[in-house]
Write a protein that binds this ligand. Structure first.
Ligand SMILES: [Zn+2]
Length: 268
């Protein structure tokens, strides 16, 4: 029975409006000692967690959450990767649909009990990226999102790619011939896309902005690895990375026009 004297307020009002399963209120929202709020409805229970401003509704089996990608639902025992609370089984967190990593992959420790699954050959490049605070952050975000990075046969001329459906970063096999700094710079570009994906920002509308960010990050790490002065290029890839680092600050649109295709990305 709906109680005419109760009402939905704030985040619960939004949920009640967007999720029909909420139904009518049966009481007003009330607070627990820790500051979290709850409200019983004809459909189930509305909950708000103070610690991370997390609003959800559950009918006992399914939970609807209002997160960075709007209203989404999931089974109660699963979590979206952006949810802050502890995941009972990390395998349940947005499990990417891909085969298990091959034996020559390992989970590289990137700090704070997070590791990132990557080809053993990428260890030194990951170590180079970890030298920088931004790099540590990118690796941690990717590790938490269960991103996997390895070498693959990419179309001719493409150096790196990120596939959101499987959360795979692919670096061109030919990068094996170059140095760890080169691999680190290309990897950082793709890590930036993985971070954008984890934040729900990998949308067509943001495509150019996402590429600016990825190239800027790539140019930053490339320059920083050489002690903040660009190297005399010893191969064509080093010349390209120098160019990317310079253009990221002087002519970002020119940069994207020239190099976007080499990162397996397209903006419509
Ligand atoms: Zn890109």
């Amino acid at each position: 029975m709906a109680d005419a004297s109760c009402t939905f307020v704030l985040g619960f009002a939004t949920m009640a409006q967007l999720v029909p399963q909420v139904g009518q209120c049966l009481e007003n929202q009330h607070y627990a000692a820790n500051g979290d709020a709850q409200q019983t409805t004809t459909g189930g229970l509305l909950v708000w967690r103070k610690a991370d401003n997390f609003t959800a509704f559950t009918n006992g089996a399914t939970t609807w959450v209002n997160g960075p990608e709007g209203i989404q639902s999931r089974p109660n025992d699963r979590r979206f990767c952006w949810e802050a609370d502890v995941v009972p089984d990390p395998g349940k967190c947005g499990t990417p649909n891909r085969p298990p990593a091959p034996s020559w992959f390992t989970c590289w420790d990137v700090g704070e009990a997070v590791c990132i699954v990557a080809d053993k050959g990428l260890g030194p490049a990951i170590g180079d990226i970890l030298q920088f605070e931004r790099g540590q952050w990118l690796l941690k975000v990717a590790g938490k999102a269960r991103v996997e990075a390895g070498f693959r046969d990419l179309p001719v001329g493409v150096l790196g790619a990120y596939r959101p459906s499987t959360k795979e970063i692919s670096l061109d096999m030919h990068l094996g011939r170059y140095g760890d700094y080169e691999r680190a710079a290309v990897l950082v570009h793709e890590l930036r896309h993985a971070a954008q994906d984890a934040a729900g920002q990998l949308t067509a509308a943001r495509c150019y902005k996402n590429e600016f960010e990825a190239f800027e990050e790539e140019g930053y790490v490339w320059t920083a690895l050489w002690g903040n002065s660009l190297p005399y290029p010893r191969n064509s890839l080093q010349a390209q990375l120098n160019d990317i680092a310079r253009l990221a600050y002087t002519d970002p649109y020119g940069l994207i026009g020239r190099y976007l295709s080499r990162y397996g990305h397209e903006c419509g």
